[in-house]
Ligand binder design. Structure first.
Ligand SMILES: N[C@@H](CCC(=O)N[C@@H](CS)C(=O)NCC(=O)O)C(=O)O
Length: 284
């Protein structure tokens, strides 16, 4: 690795609980090697059937895009309260949150229209749960359904290389190290090429119909090609993925996508921030 001192791992890894803030990288303060709650804190409850505890990150907005799409279709049972979980200050480690997501990551959903209430965690599982519950955006035909779930799970397996791998080392790590940046840039470009080849032949990820696979992939890879994610537009030459850009542009123009992207957002332009959503009028 160029520009770094060699590291010899100790026999047994130990946790340095007070890492040097300069060398820990962004998010060092919330990283820890153990699960479970760090403090007692109940979650708030609103009046709608669906209670979402989230943040407007790519994983969070997959769910709010689907909820807004369902409401746009007239599925009134998809009314929801979207509560803000501030992962920078450790809300995900509160006892109430951990009870609905033992993995301490947003998004997490509580469906209080069932008895007892149903908890769902992992954004992909939430998309499937809601698509099945409201019978929309997930095809019935076995082959079409398999294609949709294949792309959905492709996203779930691939995005950690983009976010936790490439994004972390290119944008957030305390120094720029060539080895991991090369490794993950290579992989992210390969993933973009997978999308490019698929979208050269299809309007949406699974063909002519827009579905939850598009909603899962757009917040990560659509944002990467359209919005200079990690300031890597030039580095990854995203403009060369013309079919991905064409698809992402069409998805971005859907009113529900525009609405869903604003929910639980606490950064960026003032008019795009809706930290909590409890009624459609919060977005109008
Ligand atoms: N595979 C999970 C990933 C969720 C995830 O990584 N969430 C991040 C924000 S985008 C988080 O909550 N991080 C807080 C932490 O790691 O403590 C999903 O898709 O739901």
């Amino acid at each position: 690795m160029t520009g770094t001192s060699p590291y010899t791992p100790p026999k047994v890894w130990t946790w340095d609980q007070a890492p040097d803030p300069e060398s820990g990288g962004r998010f060092a303060s919330i990283n820890r090697p153990i699960a479970g709650a760090t403090h007692e804190k109940d979650l708030p409850r609103g009046k709608h059937p669906l209670q979402l505890y989230s943040l407007g990150t790519p994983n969070g907005i997959k769910v709010t895009i689907l909820l807004e799409e369902l409401l746009a279709l007239g599925k009134h049972g998809a009314e929801y309260d979207a509560w803000l979980v501030n992962i920078g200050t450790g809300d995900q480690f509160g006892s109430g949150f951990v009870a609905i997501n033992p993995n301490s990551k947003i998004p997490a959903l509580l469906d209080v229209s069932t008895t007892p209430a149903t908890r769902v965690f992992e954004s992909g599982a939430i998309l499937v749960y809601l698509a099945e519950k409201f019978d929309a955006f997930l095809p019935h035909d076995p082959a079409a359904r398999a294609e949709c779930l294949s792309w959905l799970f492709w996203q779930m397996g691939s995005a950690p290389y983009l976010g936790g791998g490439f994004g972390h080392f290119y944008a957030y790590a305390p120094e720029k190290w060539e080895y991991p940046i090369n490794r993950y840039a290579m992989e992210v470009k390969r993933q973009l090429d997978v999308l490019e080849r698929n979208l050269a032949e299809r309007r949406f990820m699974c063909g002519a119909e827009y579905n939850i696979a598009d909603m899962a992939i757009f917040p990560w890879y659509g944002t990467l090609v359209l919005s200079n994610m990690y300031s890597a537009r030039e580095f990854l030459d995203v403009e060369s993925y013309t079919h991905v850009i064409r698809w992402a542009t069409e998805v971005r123009e859907r009113p529900a996508v525009e609405r869903g992207q604003r929910v639980n957002r606490t950064w960026g332009p003032e008019d795009k921030r809706v930290p909590e959503r409890h009624a459609a009028s919060d977005l109008d």
